[in-house]
Design a binder for this molecule. Structure first.
Ligand code: FAD
Ligand code: NAI
Length: 482
């Protein structure tokens, strides 16, 4: 543990660009903490996470009023709505990530620091967060400053206000074999792993004779979870098979079988039944095999075990061989959140995240707020919600209305999902007012337009537009590795 130091590691607020990344160090004999900024009269706001909640908060907070510190192991923001488009190369991985520094350097009116580190514990009694560094955070001043945080070092960061936006992690429900054999699609690094496995399986299958059961297995992709992540991923994979693979390796393409397994009787259950029936029809037309009322209970190296409810009293057990398994059954709270919940009586029994009040303040604590997927505010865990919560909270902070603000009110703009084959479904709303409900090709273009407008940087927007333009002229980039 680093101690007796008071280190400022920041983006120089008077100049721009990463070259101004600067470190200053000052000895302190009284504090065993790294205190972001000392005695400049401003309160320290510490943000945990560089996702929808954390980065939206960083973008909107008035840094001339607060010292702002962002802590996240992930040095980029990820535009999750287009993540299902990346494993097959419809959109390039780099197009939908944006370095944290790109947001931080725009905050020129005050002190903004970024620690590429994981928060391991919120010490609410001491108003500190313990972090474990993921990089040498003092890259340019290390030789002059031997006490700077290095990779794997731990340190305590002091806060006056803490904004917890650490998101959530994939939930396996403890089902045996999932962690070992399944792949998730939650972070950008998951995307090339899925592509690599799919390509390797295609290559191995191509060496085997037609009719060989091993060839069939290798060409079987199973997506578990019929929520939007699972459906969009299955649709994109099928697009690749139908639009690209068919041209390179037609005999392989016609043998690829994608399965989508969902425990409930419907997929995409947040949409009205007219749209979910349409979605099911589209998936089946594109030859994705749907297994409804089917719950996966065990995963082995080459097959999974699934139980289908055939009637109220009867279930059928089935073994489904697979070559690639994508697990998309939703998320659960991270350990830093569950650890905090255990320490606060007001949070007792909360299983989905930190219970917050109508001002997004963590129940039982005075100066800790939670936004996004790690907060339980009676809303769905979506980017839309995380973004609006961050906007609300920054307004409260910027207007110095902490403790006296109006409660947070969420405005629902609806939901969209891509199904594959250039078809999407959408239910666009303005609060309770329905503006558009539909499915098909026109909805697909609406989907594209709205997603472009949701992208939070011009750089990413430009890159995504050029990826889509490129796709209209050429095939997808489908590289095993770079
Ligand atoms: P995240 O965006 O997940 O960010 C969490 C951040 O915290 C990350 O930077 C992470 O590295 C960091 N972190 C993790 N642990 C720690 C720690 N210990 N200390 C510090 N930092 C930590 N929602 C929509 O509204 N529309 C969509 O179309 C949509 N599509 C999606 C597609 C996919 C494939 C997925 C997975 C999700 C999608 N969502 C969509 C949901 C949306 O992405 C989430 O609701 C949203 O990301 C939540 O924002 P967040 O800030 O709470 O968490
Ligand atoms: P989800 O929680 O929405 O869906 C997971 C699905 O997996 C559920 O339908 C569940 O019944 C099923 N499931 C769970 N265990 C299973 C098992 N053992 N076997 C078979 N099926 C099982 O998760 P998802 O899709 O990752 O979405 C997470 C959040 O992100 C949601 O709030 C969603 O709205 C949001 N999101 C929104 C998108 C959009 O608007 N287009 C895209 C992707 C995510």
């Amino acid at each position: 543990m680093l101690s007796r130091s008071n280190i400022i590691q920041r983006f120089n607020s008077t100049s721009s660009g990463i070259s101004s990344f600067k470190t200053a160090a000052k000895k302190s004999t009284t504090q065993a903490t790294l205190s972001s900024y000392s005695n400049n009269g401003k309160k320290n706001v510490v943000i945990l996470g560089s996702g929808w909640g954390g980065i939206s908060f960083l973008q909107h907070i008035d840094e001339s009023k607060y010292n702002v510190t962002l802590i996240s192991p992930r040095p980029h923001f990820l535009f999750t709505p287009l993540l299902p488009s990346t494993p097959v190369g419809t959109v390039d991985e780099k197009s939908i990530i944006e370095p944290v520094v790109n947001f931080a350097v725009k905050k020129t009116k005050g002190n903004v620091s970024y620690y590429e580190a994981q928060a391991t514990k919120i010490n609410h009694a001491e108003n500190t967060v313990t972090i474990k560094s993921f990089s040498h955070v003092n890259p340019f001043g290390a030789s002059k400053n031997p006490e700077s945080i290095k990779k794997n070092d731990s340190a305590d960061i002091k806060y006056d206000y803490l904004i917890s936006a650490v998101g959530a992690e994939p939930n396996t429900f403890g089902i045996p074999g999932v962690e070992k054999h399944g792949m998730f699609l939650k972070e950008i690094e998951h995307s090339p792993k899925i592509r690599k496995q799919f390509i390797e399986n295609i290559e191995r299958a191509n060496l085997l004779p037609k009719g060989d059961p091993e060839r069939k297995r290798l060409l079987t992709l199973v997506v578990v979870g019929g929520g939007p992540t699972g459906v969009e991923t299955a649709g994109e994979l099928q697009d690749y098979v139908d639009q690209d693979l068919k041209k390179y390796l037609p005999s392989i393409a016609e043998e690829v079988q994608i399965h989508l397994i969902e425990a409930l009787p419907v997929i995409l259950n947040m949409f009205e039944s007219k749209l979910t029936s349409y979605a099911q029809k589209v998936l089946e037309q594109t030859s994705i095999k749907l297994h409804l009322k089917t719950a996966v209970s065990e995963v082995k190296e080459t097959y999974l075990v699934a139980k289908t409810k055939v009637s109220d009293t009867e279930s059928k057990l089935e073994e489904i061989p697979y070559g690639t398994l994508i697990w998309a059954t939703g998320n659960k709270p991270r350990s830093i959140v569950t650890d905090l919940i255990k320490e606060i009586p007001e949070q007792e029994g909360s299983r989905r995240g930190l219970l917050v009040d109508e001002h997004l303040k963590v129940k039982g604590l005075n100066n800790v707020y939670a936004i996004g997927d790690n907060a339980v505010a009676g809303l769905a865990p979506t980017a839309q919600v995380a973004h609006q919560e961050a906007e609300y909270l920054t307004k409260v902070f910027n207007k110095n209305q902490i403790g006296s603000a109006k409660p947070f009110k969420y405005l629902h703009y609806g939901a969209l999902a891509y199904l594959g084959a250039e078809k999407a479904i959408a239910n666009i709303t303005y609060g309770k007012r329905q503006l558009y409900t539909g499915g098909g090709l026109i909805t697909f273009y609406i989907w594209r337009l709205l997603y472009l407008s949701m992208i939070i940087s011009w750089r990413s927007r430009f890159k995504v537009m050029s990826d889509w333009f490129k796709l209209a002229l050429f095939k997808r980039d489908f590289f095993k590795e770079l």
